[in-house]
Ligand binder design. Sequence first.
Ligand SMILES: Nc1ncnc2c1ncn2[C@@H]1O[C@H](COP(=O)(O)OP(=O)(O)OP(=O)(O)O)[C@@H](O)[C@H]1O
Ligand code: SF4
Ligand SMILES: [Mg+2]
Length: 326
Amino acid sequence: MGSISNLLEVRGVTKVFRYGLLGFKFKAIEDISMVLEEKPLIFTVAGESGSGKSTLAKIILDIYRPDKGTVLYRGRDIYRLSSKERLWFRSEVQAVFQNPYSSFNPMRRLYSYLYETSRNFMKLKNIDADPEEEIDKTLRLVGLTLDEIRYKHPHELSGGQLQRVSIARALLSRPKLIVADEPVSMLDASLRVNILNIFREIKENLGISFIYITHDLSTAYYISDYIAIMYRGWIVEQGPIEKVFKDPKHPYTQLLLESIPEPDLSKKKEWLQPIKLGGIEEKEYIAEGCKYRFRCPFAFDKCRRTPPDIKLGDSGIVVKCWLYEK
Ligand SMILES: Nc1ncnc2c1ncn2[C@@H]1O[C@H](COP(=O)(O)OP(=O)(O)OP(=O)(O)O)[C@@H](O)[C@H]1O
Ligand code: SF4
Ligand SMILES: [Mg+2]
């Protein structure tokens, strides 16, 4: 059993996919562990394309089943829920995806979508409220009103507006956790901050936590409490964001942060330059040992073996690198 004082625990999760005509196996994510405590927070998962971020998100949302390991929500294994508990889990943990246009049926009015979602969840949670009022109240949390969208179809809204509607839809079930997979990467830079501010307000005012998935470290820094850095299916470093950014431990995190101009940690808002991460090489996925060793300036003999997750004292930092072995 996991601790029910934690909202979410990902425990040693591995997901294997096959690729190519010969069906080669590879681990899209490997032995990933992370914990979100009960306290509302924004936990960013950052990494370049193909590092396994969406695979991890789908495992947490129970869209994929892991080949190894498990996920506990409030101490309960999410893959062993009864059908009633599964409905409860789906109301507690909601998703927001990258492309809001693909989350809605283009033929249907947004209001009918929201109405149905609201009614279903209120029934499930025995909440006695007027769905219309509930929808209007929720839309106002994301800077919209019911009057503005009542007769609209998805294509009649801008990407930023529609993404706000999908956040409202996620909120209608009164969740405790929202998994947002690159929710702003399709939006103009000017709109991104607006959406991220909504996340922060929701966290602070409604006590909802977020797993915010991104390849953009600058937006991550802007809103996060915790960060996990992914590389080739591993979390190579995770911990409180200020600590990771001020004093990165893993050589890959160090490289990522070096490519950003000296961040002024007191001025989060002014520091929003996105950075570009490196390219992908197949051998890094399938080689034995540390996947970063082909690029690492500190690689030594031991790095031919897979490094363990090493906890650095009580700093909250966990780093996957032999350099930190006691
Ligand atoms: N259903 C699948 N079947 C086979 N391979 C998959 C599947 N889903 C993902 N992959 C592969 O697993 C790896 C990780 O993919 P994933 O989508 O999790 O990465 P990501 O970090 O979300 O990337 P991006 O930033 O491009 O969204 C990639 O090599 C991808 O091609
Ligand atoms: S384990 Fe070795 S190769 Fe991997 S990051 Fe650490 S020092 Fe570099
Ligand atoms: Mg992805």
